[in-house]
Write a protein that binds this ligand. Structure first.
Ligand code: ADP
Ligand code: ADP
Ligand code: MG
Length: 655
């Protein structure tokens, strides 16, 4: 086994590979771009080397530089992850030539599967079923048109060198063909530097089912069950699961055999995935083979209990596969979702920014989270916008769905746009629950999955109001420990307070009254208990709610009942032509005696700073600054007996 390897990747997959290396006692070398100097994979690795500026071309894709770092660091092997150089035969060759083990298949297998057209020709020979289509070398547009006509519309034009859902065009009728071909070729040229295409029958409502295969150098080739990756958006996977809800043991075995045939036909070694497209009659056809570890490999790990990266390392170092086909386990059900920095409401626009708050569910036998970022990290525009993969396992698909909904409800992200609400709706959608998942599901159910903005229920605003008051109190408590008391007496001495919120077009006022034990909202008693920094336990009448509320600027991010609402708190002291209270008015909350004045007249104080203490009804009450502001002067002295409503402090808010 290797003692030191280099990971030629970034993000979650680099971290994932490092985790297995740690377990096996293998030292790790990270590479990073200037934009990733502080990234999690760099922090986790034993050593790290900068390989260039942010742009992938100038860093993660620089073959010579990465080979050089291998030599410099003494790494015996390279794990390429997925994306980047993972399917680059020149990289695999460069490793080989420099005596570095490429943790992946032989160069010839990568080359054979690198072109979708050439791969299909090979698969035809190996008798692997193919989608009816044309994958010849002749790229004469007139010939391509004739082939499309022969296949029958709709057809799909695909870039032979394509990947990542790019370079594909659906053509519905013969007179659309020429324009679609030209546009597909243009995209293929810019994205892959190769404008060759193939044509396939475009299947209606198909499922994407893929088989994980593994082969060792001794020639054993096995399959590790299937994954269903039909929940896609623009031909890109969003949710993946194993086993596939539509596949029975017989079909699993048939697909497994076809996938192993495909792998053997190209002399495959290591981890690979054979992707099939399946119709509703149970027919399946080869689409392509990905000659690397797949993004969604964790669902296979969850149902087999295997560590695929460990297998990759063992096979690359010359060990045989530890299991035979018959010994491959299949336990329970696993689902993965890809959490992306993107805004479904804005056409899935990618989002960048700092992860101001990033809380994820507790890992367990049921829940796994693979990520390359932590709270405080930046999602930059330079790379893939994936924030994390959330993976769950349970004994049945139904239970796994419930686990996923629970885990998504515990995933709280503030600072960048993200698709967590969308994923919850998708996994909770009745079609998904019933296993009726095909590649058109998301597009078809778009209106339900991305509902137009509707008015939020009053409860969300009530929770926000309680959270806001609780945070004012916490700020005050922290500032004033000796005098702090946890009752309902608050700023302005007011016994009532109305907080205003807005979200989109909706404006909502929450009127609260303080009581000795909490608040009254309408005639419902309410209480707040702060469990940690942002998480609260709230009771509202008969309802008991666990919630997380994270402030960010003027926004309050309320995570409640599995959904995330970003609402604006209209702070009366910051906004609104500045109300009368902003100047002059902190008053005695009740009749009592002034005990102590705590701030310097003329001083600027922070929001929540303790200003004075008074005694009333044998209790000490602290009056706090309602916002950042200037304590102009005290209108009372220690020892004074004051009546309710008497002005105590001349306070001027500062915006
Ligand atoms: P990529 O290299 O971009 O992953 P694939 O060939 O794997 O390209 O196709 C990506 C996706 O496009 C598939 O998962 C499937 O949803 C869809 N697709 C591909 N071929 C067909 C087809 N013949 N009919 C219908 N959908 C297809
Ligand atoms: P799979 O077929 O394994 O699901 P996809 O094609 O969906 O893979 O995703 C692979 C893509 O992930 C690459 O094409 C690339 O755009 C992106 N990618 C590459 N490296 C990383 C990384 N380290 N972190 C996140 N995304 C990456
Ligand atoms: Mg594919």
């Amino acid at each position: 086994m290797f003692t030191k390897i280099l990971i030629a990747n970034r993000g979650e997959i680099a971290c994932r590979v490092i985790a297995t290396c740690r377990k096996l006692g293998i030292r790790t070398v990270a590479v990073y771009s200037e934009a990733d100097a502080g990234a999690r994979h760099v922090r986790l690795a034993d050593e790290a080397y900068c390989v260039g500026p942010a742009a992938s071309r100038e860093s993660y894709l620089r073959i010579e530089r990465i080979v050089e770092v291998c030599k410099q660091s003494g790494a015996q092997a390279v794990h390429p992850g997925y994306g980047f150089l993972s399917e680059n035969e020149n990289f695999a060759k460069a490793c080989e030539e420099n005596g570095i083990v490429f943790i992946g298949p032989p160069v010839k297998s990568i080359r054979a599967m690198g072109s979708k057209s050439a791969a299909k020709a090979l698969m035809q020979e190996a008798k692997v079923p193919l989608v009816p289509g044309y994958h010849g070398n002749d790229q004469d547009p007139a010939l391509l048109q004739r082939e499309a006509d022969r296949i029958g519309y709709p057809v799909l034009i695909k870039a032979s060198a394509g990947g990542g859902g790019k370079g594909m065009r659906v053509v519905n009728a013969t007179d659309e063909f020429t324009a679609a071909l030209a546009s597909c070729q243009r995209e293929a040229r810019t994205s892959f530097g190769d404008d060759r295409v193939l044509i396939e029958k475009y299947l209606q409502q198909p499922r994407h089912i893929e088989i994980q295969v593994f082969a060792d150098k001794a020639g054993h080739t096995i399959s590790l069950n299937e994954r269903d990756c039909s929940a896609q958006r623009r031909h890109q996977k969003v949710v993946e699961e194993a086993p596939a809800p539509s596949v029975d043991a017989k079909q699993r075995a048939a697909m497994g055999r076809a996938a192993c045939d495909a792998a053997r036909a190209v002399g495959y070694v290591g981890a690979g995935t054979v992707e099939f497209i399946a119709d509703s009659q149970g027919n399946f056809y080869f689409m392509e083979m990905n000659t690397r570890l797949q993004v969604e490999h964790p669902v296979t790990e969850m149902i087999t209990g295997l560590d695929l990266v460990e297998w990759q390392l063992r096979v690359a170092s010359g060990e045989d596969l530890p299991l035979t086909q018959e010994q491959v386990p299949l336990n329970g059900h696993s689902i993965e979702v890809r959490i992306y920095a993107e805004e479904p409401e804005k056409g899935f626009l990618p989002s960048v920014g700092r992860l101001v708050y990033f809380k994820t569910p507790q890992p367990s036998a049921h829940v796994r989270l693979d990520t390359g970022v932590e709270q405080g990290d930046e999602i930059t525009p330079h790379y893939d916008p994936m924030i994390a993969k959330l993976i769950v396992w349970d004994r049945t698909r139904e239970a796994a769905i419930e686990r996923m909904l629970g885990a998504l409800a515990d995933t709280h992200i503030v600072g960048v746009g993200q698709n967590v609400n969308f994923l919850s709706r998708l996994v909770g959608h009745r079609a998904f629950r019933e296993g009726r998942v095909d590649t058109g599901l998301i597009e078809r159910e778009r209106a339900e999955l991305i509902p137009a903005a509707t008015n939020l229920p009053a409860e969300v605003f009530q929770v926000a109001a309680l959270a806001q008051l609780s945070s004012e109190r916490t700020a005050a408590d922290q500032a004033a420990s000796p005098w702090s008391i946890a009752d309902g007496w608050r700023i302005n001495g007011a016994q009532r307070r109305t907080l205003q919120f807005s979200v989109g077009e909706q404006t909502e006022n929450v009127a609260l009254r303080y009581t000795p034990t909490g608040y009254l909202i309408g005639d419902e008693p309410a209480r707040v208990q702060r469990l940690s920094d942002a998480s609260l336990r709230i009771s509202l009448g008969q309802r008991h709610l666990e919630t997380t509320v994270v402030p960010q600027g003027e926004q309050l991010h309320v995570f409640l009942r599995g959904a995330h609402h970003a609402i604006t708190y209209v702070d009366p002291l910051i906004h609104a032509g500045e109300s009368e209270e902003t100047h002059g008015g902190l008053t005695a909350p009740m009749p009592g005696k002034i005990i102590a004045l705590l701030a310097e007249p003329g001083a600027e104080v922070a929001k929540g700073a303790p200003l004075l203490v008074m005694e009333a009804m044998k209790m000490e009450l602290t009056v706090f600054a309602p916002s950042k502001g200037k304590l102009v002067s005290y209108l009372c002295s220690a020892g004074d007996q004051v009546k309710e409503g008497v002005p105590l402090v001349d306070f001027q808010a500062i915006a």
